[in-house]
Structure formats: C-alpha cells, structure tokens
Ligand binder design. Structure first.
Ligand code: NAD
Length: 354
C-alpha cells in the first residue's frame, strides 16, 4: 500500500471520526489531529483508539509550529483535511471562527504540508497526497428544476460558512497549481449518520422527537438537500485519496434529494414504528414551522457521475435504509448524545446547514 499512514484533521468530529473508523478497519495507521472544539468528541473514536498505529494530537490546524512538529514526528504518507467550523447558523452569528479555522487554518496546514512534502524523498515524495474535503455549499443554490452541480459549476457561496469553505478550496487548488503540492479535492452533499452533532437537522429532529419537543422547520420546509450516508462518504474519501487524480476534484452526492419537510416526516414515520407514542398519536404532530434563516439556499444537488465512473464508487445505502440505521443508532446510543444535549448544546437553535 503506497499510502499507509494518514493524518486526519478533524477526526473527532462527525465525518472525520467516520473516516478514522473506516480507515482503521481498512488497515491504515491514523494520526488524528483535532482541536476538540464544541463539536469534537473523542467518544466518536473510542472504538478504535486502542488500534495499533492510532494516535491522537489535540492541536489547532492554525498553529503552524504544532502542525510542523506533528508532521515531522509522525511522518504521514498523506493528509485528509476535514477540520472545520461547519454550522451555517453559527457562521451567521460568529463568522470570525470560520475565517480563522477554515481559511487561515487551511492555509497554515497547506503551508506546513508543503514544507514537509518537500522534505520527503523518492516514493514517499511521489506518493504523498493532500486531500481537501469540502462541501456542495460552495456552489451556491439551485432552482428546483436546475441540473445538479458538476465539478465545473461555478463557485457562488451564500453564507459565511460556504464562503470560507470556498476560500479554502481555492487555496488548496492554488497550492497545487503554484507549488505542485499533490492536492485532491472532494465536495460532498449533506451527510447524516451515527455520531452526528445534534445541532443539524436530522439528529436534532430525532432527539427533539424522542424528548417530545417541537420539531422546528425553517420557512415552509421546501428547501432541498441531497443526503449522503456518512459511511458511504468515508468509502468515497478513501477511494479519492488512493485512486483520485492529482489536481482533480470529485463531487460525492447521495443521489437522495429530499425537502426538509420530507426528511422530518420520514423521521417521524420511523419513530412512530420504533417508539410509538402512547395513544396512537404521530410524531408528525410535533412539526412546527419557524421563520426562515437569512440567505437560506433553496436547493443543493450534486452530479456524482465522475466519482462513479472514474473511481467506481456508489452509495450503498438508500436514504430510507440509512435513515432507519441512523434513528436506531440514536435510540441505542443515548449515553453518547445525552451529555452533549445537557452540557454543550440543548437543541435550542435550529440547524439545517452543512
Ligand atoms: P464537525 O463540526 O462534526 O467536526 C469538525 C471537527 O473539526 C471537530 O472535531 C472539531 O473539533 C475540529 N476542528 C474545528 N476547528 C479546528 C481547528 N482549528 N483545528 C483542529 N481541529 C478543529 O464537522 P463535520 O460535519 O464532520 O464536517 C467535516 C468536514 O466535512 C468539514 O470540512 C465540512 O466542511 C465538510 N463537509 C461536511 C458536510 C456535512 O454534511 N456535515 C458535508 C460536506 C462537507
């Protein structure tokens, strides 16, 4: 295996931890670098932390010295960069952290990676990859009848979050074009699955429903997202890292476009079967519409034909099967989410963004 030891940033977060668990299962050594912000939680990687070749560093990607020291000490064959501030609503309240981590942090990591890559010899130099993980939100919003975004779609971000991710994507491309750093990019649609921080639409809805609280939906619930099961994403990321072409980007979508209202209604229907409310009422009665957030993109959808034809990837879960697994996971793992709901985030704000 040309790539054996992978440095993952943001590996204590939702997608990063799925990547860490997937890559360990595939036999890679993992160096997990995470600042442990409000959304980072080492419980997400508890199942693999005793694996040989797994190690963790609590560090900020915007700390140049720390990044250089970790690269020098741990000698990874590749970097998968997922660390980011990720919640659109928070980016509207406090954009500064998004600039610091998503833009300055990505720059700092690219710069440290470039120095490190230049220090490598022979095959270690030619096999090295910097994989930058991004979002479909950089492309902006689609009308309901528009074709899905391709890798050629123009960047038109709407929120401070998506603008900061767009900036990071441009930096990653520039470090390839200008300095030759072997960069690969992926842009994925909205993920869902186990260990999803409960500020985003799907986990928030599941937990509010379990607790009998209102299920808030922005506007009239017509906003459409393309949903990707997180484990399908982790497989796509491994393929892009190991088989993707340098300098290319790959769109990874779930092929499951659903309106927010349809998502919430399906969660209610699954819970009606799994944990019926006494008296035969439906969880759908908890749905409540709230004023829309500013700049709310109407629709995201990704054309995944490039990753499918070039890398042979396809999602294994349908939205219905993935959502059932996700609801079951939250029902079975109260010990994971209960402390987060009580200490870090009580579900008082609505979350829909990437
Ligand atoms: P998350 O918020 O669950 O996790 C982010 C992780 O990054 C956390 O563990 C956090 O502690 C860490 N982090 C934040 N700032 C850091 C810093 N300065 N230094 C080091 N670590 C830091 O996010 P997620 O949903 O798992 O998203 C991961 C990546 O995937 C992000 O780059 C995001 O833009 C991208 N993405 C997410 C989605 C989605 O639906 N969640 C979709 C497409 C792309």
């Amino acid at each position: 295996m040309a790539i054996r030891r992978v440095l993952v940033t943001g590996g204590a977060g939702f997608i990063g931890s799925a990547v860490v668990r997937h890559m360990i299962a595939q036999g890679y050594e993992i160096i997990n670098v995470d600042k442990l912000t409000y959304s980072g939680n080492l419980d997400c990687v508890r199942s693999v932390e005793q694996s040989p070749g797994y190690r963790f560093h609590q560090a900020d990607i915007a700390d140049r010295q720390a990044m250089a020291a970790i690269l020098e000490q741990d000698q990874p064959d590749a970097i998968m960069h997922l660390a980011a501030e990720t919640h659109v609503d928070r980016s509207i309240d406090r954009p500064q952290e998004f600039i610091d981590t998503n833009i300055v942090g990505t720059f700092t990591l690219l710069d440290a990676a470039l120095s490190y890559w230049r220090s490598l010899d022979g095959e270690r130099h030619s096999n090295f990859r910097f994989h930058h993980i991004s979002t479909d939100e950089v492309f902006g919003s689609l009308a309901l009848q528009d074709p899905a975004f391709t890798e050629q779609s123009r960047y038109e971000p709407s929120s401070p979050y998506s603008a900061s991710k767009a900036a990071a994507d441009h930096l990653a491309r520039a470090w390839h074009v200008t300095f030759g750093l072997p960069v690969i990019l992926t842009n994925s649609s909205n993920n869902y699955g186990a260990f999803h921080f409960p500020e985003k639409l799907i986990p928030l809805t599941i937990l509010n429903a379990i607790e009998g609280k209102p299920l808030p939906i922005y506007g009239n619930g017509e906003n459409v997202r393309d949903w990707l099961y997180v484990e399908d994403h982790a497989r796509a990321l491994e393929l892009a890292l190991t088989r993707g072409r340098i300098g290319e980007s790959y769109n990874v979508g779930g092929g499951a476009e659903r309106s927010n209202l349809a998502v919430v209604e399906l969660i209610c229907d699954i819970l009606d079967k799994r944990r019926p409310i006494e008296g035969g009422r439906s969880y759908r009665e908890l749905i409540s519409f709230v004023p829309d957030r500013p700049g709310h993109d109407l629709r995201y959808a990704l054309d995944s034909s490039k990753v499918e034809t070039e890398l042979g990837w396809k999602p294994l879960e349908s939205f219905e099967s993935g959502l059932e697994k996700t609801v079951d996971w939250f029902l079975d793992n109260e010990s994971w989410w209960r402390p987060i709901r009580e200490q870090k985030y009580g579900g008082e704000r609505l979350g829909i963004g990437g």
